[in-house]
Design a protein around this ligand. Structure first.
Ligand code: BES
Ligand code: MN
Ligand code: ZN
Length: 495
């Protein structure tokens, strides 16, 4: 999709469709009021008639009227003027995108950003518009090639008032569009079935991305290489699988080699049966989404290649398939991690932390400026927070606060849970340095506490995306979260 930014009068613009906001108290944003005036009150009339009430997300398409050069007007409800904030603006944008697709209008001029929106400058308004439109263009086809194709918008022009910050809006469009596309990369990988999307497949995607982009180099460590490094915890997870495990390392180089990198580490369990601690059958297909942390890392690396920020970022994916078999790891088995700490695997279904801990030790060599791991780690996180926000844990108050703010700013929120020492007690083992489960209480926190034992050498935060990475039910599919949060954080760090 092509995004343009323009300033000026809406009445003078020729377009197949002009998108105008309307409020639910009968008042109109300035741009809409201008068109209303110019068209002899065409908009006031339909509002008075009750054809559109201005409720948030409402839509009404009007045919050409005298007084403006647009062939159609698409009215979009913005709700109450005083309550219009980024979240509501996003709802209005989603509705706009859907209606343009439904009416097959491939080129539009959108004026919604001309309204006053709480805590939103031109850059943020433009970023949200580009992101949500890109996001709205995605549909899954790969293993459903005959499905009807979603209508694709070709050109969207963002119209600001004469005093609008065009340069800011252009910056916003670039980051927003890249964010939306990165989410779609993550969604596609998440949605692919586990018989296609294996650890080897993820490695290939990472290698291909590096081939297309000079600033990226990818390395995929084989099982033999990981064995030599002492990654027996990561390797133990794939013991029961016919698929090889992989550690994927992607270096994005946008700054001098002396500049310390930020690192994102994704859990890439391409299918989680639970292993010998086998899961129940209901909804088990959804465990193909257990690589959504890894998918978000690949999405982020895609966006960095596109935006080329002046910084160094390393994306790491710890990937394996968790299967039961005669060669699978058994409850009670003890493995030695790369860090030298031994782990008693009391439950083979707590496998995410087992692959992550070795990846988190491996990256010490890069002397990171910060490390964020992203994982569909615990069902308990869904119980605690539902699907509204991701779980956020960090021993570093400043990093936790920064990520919390990035979540709010990007409409991809995360909420902090504690990693206090008291919880570490639950991970005691009689047979190893640490157990891989902490009992029924505070499951999300004890998973975080497990990882904390491997991250003492750098600034680190953990995101549990078990509730946010995919939707269930009729809309079943990967969401692309927390790509927006991660990009907000990384691109701010580059400034
Ligand atoms: N991938 C799951 C967590 C999960 C479950 C995410 C359901 C989303 C939906 C993870 O590997 C897992 O199985 N965790 C266990 C941990 C337990 C054994 C301590 C869980 O949450 O039950
Ligand atoms: Mn599991
Ligand atoms: Zn898992």
């Amino acid at each position: 999709m092509n995004f343009l930014v323009k300033t000026g009068s809406a009445t003078a613009i020729a377009t197949p469709v002009l998108v105008l906001g309307v409020f639910d108290d009968g008042t109109l944003p300035a741009t809409t009021a201008d068109i209303d005036q110019a068209t002899g009150r065409a908009i006031s009339r339909v509002m008075k008639a009750g054809d559109i009430k201005g409720k948030l997300g409402d839509g009404l398409l009007l045919q050409k009227t005298k007084g403006c050069r647009a062939e159609r007007l698409l009215l979009i409800g913005l709700g109450k003027p005083k309550e219009l904030d980024a979240k509501k603006y996003a709802t209005a944008l989603r509705a706009t995108c859907k209606l343009l697709q439904q009416y097959q209008l491939g080129s539009a001029v959108v004026t919604l950003a001309a309204a006053e929106i709480k805590d939103c400058d031109a850059q943020r308004k433009a970023a949200l518009l580009a992101r949500l439109f890109e996001h709205g263009q995605y549909r899954y086809y790969t293993t459903k090639p005959k499905a009807s194709k979603l209508f694709q918008l070709e050109q969207v022009t963002l119209l600001l008032d004469a005093a609008g910050d065009r340069a800011g809006a252009r910056r916003g469009v670039a980051t927003g569009a890249a964010t939306g596309r990165a989410m779609n990369v993550a969604r596609e990988l998440g949605n692919l079935p586990a018989n296609i999307c294996t650890p080897t497949y993820l490695g290939k995607q990472a290698l291909q991305l590096a081939k297309r982009n000079k600033q990226l180099t990818t390395q995929v460590l084989s099982e033999a290489q990981m064995k030599r490094l002492g990654m027996h915890s990561l390797l133990s997870v794939g013991n029961g699988s016919a698929q090889s495990s992989a550690l994927i390392i992607m270096h994005y180089k946008g700054a001098a080699a002396s500049e310390r990198p930020h690192i994102v580490v994704g859990k890439g369990i391409t299918f989680d049966t639970g292993g010998i601690s086998l899961k129940a059958g209901l909804g088990l297909d959804e465990m193909k989404f257990d690589m959504c942390g890894a998918a978000s890392v690949l999405g982020v690396m895609n966006a960095l290649c596109e935006l080329k920020p002046a910084m160094n970022v390393i994306g790491v994916i710890a990937s394996a398939e968790n299967m039961p078999s005669g060669t699978a790891t058994k409850p009670g088995d003890v493995v030695t991690t790369m860090s030298g700490q031994t782990v008693e695997i009391l439950n083979t279904d707590a496998e995410g932390r087992l692959v992550l801990c070795d990846a988190l030790t491996y990256i010490e060599r890069f002397k990171p400026a910060s490390v964020i791991d992203i994982a569909t780690l615990t069902g308990a996180c869904i119980t605690a927070l539902g699907s509204v926000c991701s779980g956020l844990m960090s021993p570093d108050d400043k990093l936790a606060e920064t990520l919390y703010q990035c979540g709010l700013a990007s409409l991809d929120p995360a909420w902090r849970l504690p990693l206090w020492d008291e919880y570490q007690e639950q991970l005691k083992s009689n047979f190893a340095d640490i157990a891989n489960i902490g009992g029924p209480k505070a499951g999300t926190v004890t998973a975080g506490c497990f990882l904390a034992r491997f991250t003492k050498k750098y600034r680190w935060a953990h995101l549990d995306i078990a509730g946010t990475a995919w939707l269930q039910g009729g809309d079943k599919g990967a969401t692309g979260r927390p790509v927006p949060l991660l990009l907000e954080y990384l691109l701010n760090a580059a400034k």
